[in-house]
Design a protein around this ligand. Structure first.
Ligand SMILES: Nc1nc2c(ncn2[C@@H]2O[C@H](COP(=O)(O)OP(=O)(O)OP(=O)(O)O)[C@@H](O)[C@H]2O)c(=O)[nH]1
Ligand SMILES: [Mg+2]
Length: 495
């Protein structure tokens, strides 16, 4: 499922309130593949959209701005096939630049930042220049995360480490990096440079605490960190139209870091997972987006466990449906060969139930109480009862048809009064016995073979009785006539 262009996922309404775009949700809803979600955050006008386009392997896509006004609004999404992980979709989230003073809601940026953290498996923090105190202070939103995101609704005193189970890995990207990468005269790697910038000061004074707080937050919430320093991309005249430039116009070093950055994301960025390792597919991400945006935009604090619970309900309901579908499709096929013996229907029921349960398990999520497993079982048993009934009906019909065919000559004879003679009962009984014999030799009559025969014989016993009575009467009369003849042997001859 590839989208040829980015779409708006989360937008601002006229009052600046965030809302989800239904059309984008429909795209996510259809993605059954696991997703790697890379979100970029950072100050406005710092080349975030440009970088995301590079990740999509495209020159253009997310719109760039060429003025000083911030361009991207809300959160935009681009779903592309993962370039190196087959069967996986790469979801790129480009966010509205932070720090633009024109915004109405002072908490707007925090909300965007929180959503990026909540939805991504890799968070790219984009900044310009150097990682100095100013750059870290610009990431003040991390210090508010505990206020804006909670793990459980019950626990007041939360352990920061709980976040780690839900939070993305973290990449700090520095654009237009001009400094020499040296600490105390010694060359260092980009990662060492980042770790140096995040070093804590010792002491308990207020300035020290203020200095340490964002650093502590970054270190605690994002234990997996990586840094890339990008040099200035091109000459200053060309930089404002970067997307229309050939790679020949870009500096070699810039291209090298861009390639390394993209390769790192493709190789190391993990599939988005929920707590306990549950893999997020496009469909699950769709539920997460809905849940989180609804909560955040209504001014409430999203509880990660609640979101997981909401997703689990939706996913488990779908898992039951999917399992049931597998079962039903199989049983519908079996139905074509009804009537079957009970053991054959049962065997197929068992086989399909087990496949359906496996299908369910593949998708179910946190069904520790077994509520949905039970629900699937109950629904399958209900369907099974229906199929058993259909199998009985099919058997009954086949047996009835068979008996109608086998007894057709007898029916004709009855009509013509063939048995209405002395000794007719014996003839009728022989014919009936014949029918039963033939009936019993026929295969594939199904579960209702005995019952239907019994019912047939019950019906025939009415005829049988009538014939017996008539037979008795006729025999009696005949005997009487015979007796008369014996008594008066001449009468008849003479008469
Ligand atoms: N100096 C410099 N300019 C860049 C770089 N990357 C992109 N630009 C230019 O910066 C301008 C803004 O780029 P965008 O990618 O739109 O920046 P953004 O961070 O998405 O901006 P907002 O959406 O407004 O937050 C464009 O003119 C780009 O050509 C870079 O690494 N260095
Ligand atoms: Mg942008």
């Amino acid at each position: 499922m590839a989208l040829f262009h980015p779409v708006c996922l989360i937008d601002n309404d006229v009052d600046g309130k965030l809302f989800v775009k239904e059309s984008a949700l429909q795209i996510l809803q259809k993605i059954e593949q696991p997703v790697v979600v890379v979100a970029v955050v950072g100050l406005y006008r710092t080349g975030k959209s440009y970088l995301m386009n590079r990740l999509a392997g495209k020159q253009t896509g997310f719109e760039l701005g060429s003025t000083i006004e911030s361009k991207t609004k809300g959160i935009w999404m681009w779903c592309v096939p993962h370039p190196t992980k087959a069967g996986t979709t790469l979801v790129l989230l480009d966010t509205e630049g932070l720090g633009d003073v024109d915004k109405g809601d002072s908490k707007h940026d925090t909300k965007i930042f929180c959503l990026a953290v909540l939805l991504s498996s890799t968070l790219v923090n984009n900044s310009q220049g150097t990682i100095d105190n100013k750059a870290i202070e610009e990431l003040q939103y991390v210090t508010e995360l505990t206020e804006y995101i909670k793990v459980k609704s019950s626990d007041d005193d939360e352990d920061d480490t709980e976040f780690v189970k839900f939070f993305p890995s973290f990449i700090w990207v520095v654009r237009d990096f001009t400094l020499e990468q040296k600490i105390k005269g010694k060359s260092v790697t980009e990662d060492q440079y980042l770790e140096f910038a995040l070093k804590l000061k010792s002491g308990n004074s207020r300035p020290v605490k203020e200095f340490n707080l964002p650093r502590e937050c970054i270190r605690n919430y994002f234990p997996s960190r990586k840094c890339f320093t990008f040099p200035f991309p091109t000459t200053s005249e060309k930089v404002s139209r970067l997307e229309s430039l050939d790679s020949a116009d870009l500096s070699f070093e810039f291209l090298e870091v861009t390639d390394r950055f993209c390769k790192f994301i493709f190789d190391k960025s993990e599939i988005k997972k929920l707590k306990d390792g549950y893999i997020v597919t496009g469909r699950v991400l769709c539920q997460l987006v809905k849940t989180y945006v609804d909560t955040i935009s209504s001014g409430q604090v999203p509880f990660l466990e609640n979101a997981v619970l909401t997703v689990s309900v939706i996913e488990n309901e779908s898992a039951v449906k999917e399992g049931l579908q597998v079962y039903q499709t199989g049983m519908e096929k079996l139905k074509d060969s009804f009537p079957l013996e009970l053991r054959d229907v049962c065997a197929e029921h068992e086989r399909l139930s087990s496949i359906a349960t496996q299908t369910f398990m593949g998708r179910s999520f946190k069904d520790s109480e077994g509520t949905y497993t039970k629900c699937l079982e109950e629904e399958m048993n209900k369907l099974f009862d229906g199929y058993l009934h259909l199998n009985e009906e099919a058997s009954k019909k086949r047996c009835e048809n068979l008996l109608t065919t086998l007894s057709a000559p007898m029916t004709e004879k009855l009509k013509q009064g063939f048995y209405a003679i002395a000794g007719g009962y014996v003839l009728f009984s022989q014919d009936l016995e014949d029918i039963v014999k033939k009936y019993k030799t026929q295969a594939n009559k199904g579960v209702k073979a005995e019952d239907t025969l019994e019912e047939f014989l019950k019906q025939k016993s009415v005829d049988s009785n009538a014939i017996l009575q008539a037979d008795k009467k006729l025999t009696e009369t005949e005997r009487k006539i015979m007796g008369e003849r014996l008594l008066h042997p001449t009468t008849e001859h003479d008469g």
